[in-house]
Design a protein around this ligand. Structure first.
Ligand SMILES: Nc1ncnc2c1ncn2[C@@H]1O[C@H](COP(=O)(O)OP(=O)(O)OP(=O)(O)O)[C@@H](O)[C@H]1O
Ligand SMILES: [Mg+2]
Length: 371
C-alpha cells in the first residue's frame, strides 16, 4: 500500500527500495546512463522493452546496443553540458532483438549524481495498443454472436437440403446425379465451415490446468515441420525457467498452430525462417474492462517470421472473422486465436515490418498471484 509520507527515521535502503518500486510501477521504460555510457540501472518496463533482464542490461554500454550516430548520443551530450532536461520526439530505437520502435525520449541530468543521466522512453503506440486489445475482444464477441446465429439458422435447413438431394439422387435420372452430388458436397462444405464457427459460440469457461508451454510449442513445431512448414527453418529461443501457464493445452496448441501456419504461409519459399520464443516478463498487467481486477500476464510466447509483413489495410481488422488475403483461406484462423487467448484472460498483439512480423501472446501463470 502506498503511504503519503515516509517515516522520518526510515533507513536509506528502505527509501531506495521504495523508490525503485515506484519507478518499476511506471509503464514507461527508464534507464540510467553514466558518463562513460554504461547502463547502471533499468526499471521493469525497460527490461520488457529491451526484452532482456536488468542483470544483462546493466553489463552493457550504450554503444553496445545503439549505432554510434544515434540521436540519443547527442541528446546525452546536450544534457551533460547544459545540465538540463531534453525531449526528442519520433526517435527510432532499433536492435536485432526488439526490432524497430518509434519513441519519444526524455533525458534529464541528475544533479545529485554528476555525470549520470536518466532517460525515459515513451512508446507512442501504447494508447493504440490498448485500443487494439479491446477491439480484439470486441471482435471475438461479435463473432460469438454471429456463430451462434449461423449454427442455428443455417445448419438445420442445410440438413433438410442435403436429405432432399439424397432422395432425388435415388429416384432421379442418372444424368442428374452429378447435380445432386454437387448439392450434397456443397452442403457438407458449408456444414464443416459452420462447425468451425460453432467453436466461437461456446461461452462456457474453459477447463484450465498447468500447461508446459515448451511442450506445447514442441508439439506445434513438430507437426508444422512434418506438414505445412516443411520448407521452413525453425529457431527456438526458450527461457527454460518458465513456469507453467494456466491454460488449456489443446486450445493453446490450436492457437500456436494457427500462428505458425500463418507464419509458414508468409515466409519466402527460399530462406523462410520462423522464430519461436518464450520469456518471463515482470509487471505486465491488464485491466479487465468493467472491473478493478488486473490480471498478471507474465508469460510471453512469440511467433516471428521473415515474410513480407501484414498489409497495412488489413491491420485494423486483422482479428475479425473472414479477413483473408488467401485464395483458400477462411479468415477464421486469427479470429479463433483471439477468442481462445481472450478466454484464457490473455492478450495477443502484433508488430509487423517487412521481414519481421511478430505475434506475441501474453498468458497468466499457474501459480499464486505474486502481489
Ligand atoms: N504472419 C503473417 N504475415 C503476413 N500476413 C499475415 C500473417 N498472419 C496473418 N496474416 C494475414 O492475415 C490474414 C488473416 O489470417 P487468418 O489466419 O485469420 O486467416 P487465413 O490464414 O487467411 O485463413 P485460414 O486461417 O482459415 O487458413 C491472412 O490472410 C494474411 O493476409
Ligand atoms: Mg490462418
Amino acid at each position: 500500500m502506498a503511504r503519503a509520507a515516509l517515516a522520518p527515521k526510515r533507513q536509506r535502503a528502505d527509501q531506495a527500495a521504495e523508490l525503485s518500486a515506484a519507478l518499476n510501477a511506471l509503464s514507461a521504460p527508464i534507464v540510467v546512463i553514466e558518463a562513460d555510457r554504461r547502463i547502471s540501472w533499468v526499471n521493469q518496463a525497460a527490461e520488457q522493452f529491451f526484452e532482456s533482464g536488468a542483470a544483462f542490461l546493466t553489463r552493457l554500454r550504450l554503444d553496445d546496443v545503439m549505432a554510434h550516430d544515434h540521436p540519443l548520443f547527442s541528446l546525452l551530450d546536450q544534457v551533460r553540458t547544459d545540465g538540463s532536461s531534453v525531449s526528442e520526439y519520433g526517435v527510432t530505437i532499433e536492435t536485432p532483438r526488439i526490432g524497430q520502435h518509434q519513441v519519444t525520449i526524455e533525458a534529464s541530468a541528475m544533479p545529485e549524481r554528476p555525470g549520470s543521466t536518466v532517460v525515459m522512453l515513451h512508446r507512442r503506440s501504447i494508447a493504440q495498443k490498448i485500443d487494439r486489445q479491446l477491439v480484439h475482444r470486441n471482435a471475438a464477441r461479435s463473432v460469438t454472436a454471429m456463430a451462434a446465429m449461423l449454427a442455428h439458422e443455417v445448419k438445420n435447413p442445410l440438413s433438410g437440403i442435403r436429405g432432399a438431394a439424397q432422395l432425388l439422387e435415388q429416384s432421379g435420372r442418372p444424368e442428374d446425379r452429378e447435380l445432386t452430388r454437387l448439392i450434397i458436397d456443397e452442403t457438407d462444405r458449408i456444414c464443416a465451415l459452420v462447425d468451425r464457427m460453432e467453436v466461437f459460440s461456446d461461452q462456457r469457461p474453459i477447463d484450465r490446468q498447468p500447461v508446459n508451454i515448451h511442450e506445447v510449442m514442441e508439439r506445434v513445431r513438430r507437426s508444422a515441420q512434418s506438414g505445412f512448414a516443411r520448407h521452413v527453418r525453425f529457431i527456438e529461443r526458450y527461457d527454460p525457467s518458465l513456469p507453467p501457464a494456466l491454460g488449456n493445452r489443446d486450445l493453446l496448441i490450436q492457437v500456436f498452430l494457427n500462428l505458425v501456419k500463418n507464419a509458414a504461409e508468409a515466409v519466402p519459399a527460399q530462406g523462410g525462417e520462423i522464430v519461436l520464443a518464450t520469456a518471463y516478463q515482470h509487471g505486465v498487467r491488464l485491466a479487465v474492462p468493467g472491473s478493478d481486477v488486473r490480471t498478471h500476464l507474465p508469460l510471453l510466447v512469440s511467433v516471428q517470421d521473415n515474410g513480407d509483413g501484414i498489409p497495412e489495410d488489413l491491420r485494423p481488422h486483422l482479428f475479425d472473422p473472414f479477413v483473408t488475403t488467401k485464395v483458400n483461406g477462411t479468415g477464421l484462423g486469427l479470429a479463433l486465436v483471439a477468442k481462445i487467448v481472450g478466454d484464457h484472460g490473455g492478450v495477443i498483439e502484433f508488430d509487423s515490418h517487412v521481414r519481421r512480423t511478430v505475434f506475441r501472446v501474453l498468458l497468466p501463470v499457474h501459480a499464486v498471484e505474486s502481489a
